[in-house]
Design a protein. Sequence first.
Length: 87
Amino acid sequence: MKNSTSANKEPFEICDPHSVRSKAGLDLAEMANLMGMSEAGYEAWEKGTRRPGGPAFKLLYLLDNNPKEIVPQLSRLKSGTGEIETQ
């Protein structure tokens, strides 16, 4: 069942990339790296010239709802290698 607040909104309006990044406390470079993409690509999402879709949208949704838990988990992943850093 859809939340009544989000029922009439487009998915992109629910997870605004700029507000998700702000909520996570990350700068543009950090957020792009966390998402595994270029700064220009993430900035295009923030400007609305491109829209995240599929898995990227779901990841933004998770970050938006629980940044304190999700950011450290994603930070453990080594970009582009599929490996997880161990402590």
